[in-house]
Design a protein around this ligand. Sequence first.
Ligand code: ASP
Length: 439
Amino acid sequence: MKKVVKFGGSSLASAEQFRKVGQIIHADEGRRYVVPSAPGKRFPADVKVTDLLYQCYALAERDEDFSEILERIQSRYREIIDGLELPLSLDYEFSIIRDQFRAKAGKEYAASRGEFLNGIIMARYLGFEFIDAADVIIFDERGMFLEEATNERLEERLKYSEQAVIPGFYGATEDGVVKTFSRGGSDVTGSIVARAIHATMYENWTDVSGFLVADPRVVRNPQIIDTITYKELRELSYMGATVLHEDAIFPVRQEGIPINIRNTNHPEDPGTMIVKTTCKKPRFIITGIAGKKGFVCINIEKDMMNSEIGFGRKVLEAFEKSGISFEHMPSGIDTMSVIVHQDEFEANEQRVLAQIQATACPDAIDMETDLALIAVVGRGMKENRGIAARIFAALAHANINVKMIDQGSSELNIIIGVRNRKFEEAIRAIYDIFVTSQL
Ligand code: ASP
């Protein structure tokens, strides 16, 4: 068994959390490659080290005194080192960081130091080899991650390392300029390492016991999803469900390596398995519900639209020219609707409408604003009849008007449009009918 284990910021926020992590790693010999984040929050009002680093560097960039924040950052690491009783000093590393900040080494360099330093502590604590991500995760000058070059380099490098710590979140160009992924990017590093070593499993340790069926801010105590496919997860994360960085799926998906979301504070919980395919039936027919507010639906009408070749293209071109990507496009015989993000659209509204008018010559255009989209996702929907009927019955029962329906041909999801103000209520109604009533 070869596992990559990634630990999030809250799992590494203090010496106490480090000890839990140490126990988890030692409990399974397969846990040989460790990807740490920077120390996160110890309590809700705390500040993540990555945020402190950004703040600190902003001062350095303006040639202001940054010593106080840097001292605050250093004391966070000192607290961890002392709490673990490690014979380790990061004074030398901090003197380099100070010089590099003065020399304006860049915002990404600054942010990356959180993971770098935590990696050094972790490697010493575990007795594993430390591999600087700047030597093995490769970016180009514009900050684009170079997937294949990285995979080759990493595969070669890790062949000779039985147990290693590779800090998450950053890498470097061939010239050594440090680059980072977007926020939460240590998840991506974990996935890249898992692919390179052909891992049997990528364990992603965080502070929740898995992916939830619905957002806990909307549904009280939602159930945990035990197994979800990469495709279902894509649909749900696109619609706003967060736990894992959106890009973390791609490297492991190529190799079909499962991801297991686990809770550092409750290692006994099995968490959520994210897999390529499974014959396991989802517990509740639907796998998850997610959604977003703030959409506008532009309805375009024209007699005989269905027989006019190129009509749809002309309409979509108007959006494309203003750099607006569309979310959905339900259509009727003489009508088509385009759903886009309201804030993006508002900035370009008149330009888009004028172009539609000029090129497609519709009979009428009207708009519905303040819409929310809800995705009901589940591989189990394909084999079950009456899912849509149950969703709409639940919404009707809750007195919610459905503004739009869109079911992809994969039958993996049904998208429903409702008024923004009915968003939470609609999610609860769908959750209740498929989950609460089945418990
Ligand atoms: N430390 C970085 C952040 O706060 C990356 C990560 O934790 O994955 O975004």
